[in-house]
Design a protein around this ligand. Structure first.
Ligand SMILES: [Fe+2]
Ligand SMILES: [Fe+2]
Length: 189
């Protein structure tokens, strides 16, 4: 699918602010893909569609999670997580994208997972560091992303987990599993 067509589709799914974020993620993902030898077209499409379900009503996402037998522990955790697996499902069903690598990168762009592909990592990090992001610690992750994608992702995970803990929020177990996998990769293996 061409970029213009993909952008036209997502534009109808979201408000202006989310669309501008999407453009930022797309541009960042293409740069990271080029830098780290990842398929640029897949990175572009995964980035464009990563937040496809972000603006869907909560009850619709909940209904899809139940109906499609997605991990039920999702429902006991932050609703912010839901649009990732639901997005992958809807992008396949409504847009007709079937590439499993693209769908996986969309499905795990909030939690990550233990065996992330380079494409998964590119989308996760691009979502975190796109130019519109302003939160504390983002500049450090941008700097790390220029040198080492794994270290950038690990730092971003640490920031995310620390932030959630500081707000007394629950942490989705898969986010911890992702963190542990990267710690292992960086310190042992
Ligand atoms: Fe998202
Ligand atoms: Fe996003």
């Amino acid at each position: 699918m061409e970029r213009e067509q993909a952008l036209k589709i997502v534009r109808e799914q979201m408000h202006e602010k989310r669309y501008i974020h999407t453009i930022g993620v797309m541009e960042t993902a293409i740069k990271l893909a080029r830098q780290y030898g990842v398929d640029e077209q897949k990175a572009e499409l995964a980035a464009i569609f990563h937040d496809y379900a972000k603006c869907r009503p909560i009850h619709e996402m909940e209904e899809i999670i139940k109906r499609e037998n997605m991990p039920s522990d999702l429902l006991a955790h932050n609703k912010e997580l839901w649009h990732a697996p639901v997005g992958a499902y809807l992008v396949k069903k409504e847009v007709g994208i079937t590439d499993p690598e693209i769908l996986q990168a969309i499905a795990y762009h909030t939690s990550g997972h233990e065996q992330m592909t380079m494409l998964d990592k590119v989308i996760w990090v691009a979502d975190y560091i796109e130019p519109g992001r302003k939160f504390p610690g983002v500049e450090e992750v941008r700097e790390l992303a220029r040198q080492d994608l794994n270290l950038a992702l690990l730092q971003a995970l640490k920031n995310t987990i620390s932030f959630l803990m500081s707000k007394n929020q629950r942490i989705y177990p898969l986010t911890f599993h992702t963190y542990n996998a990267f710690i292992k990769e960086e310190t042992i293996g």
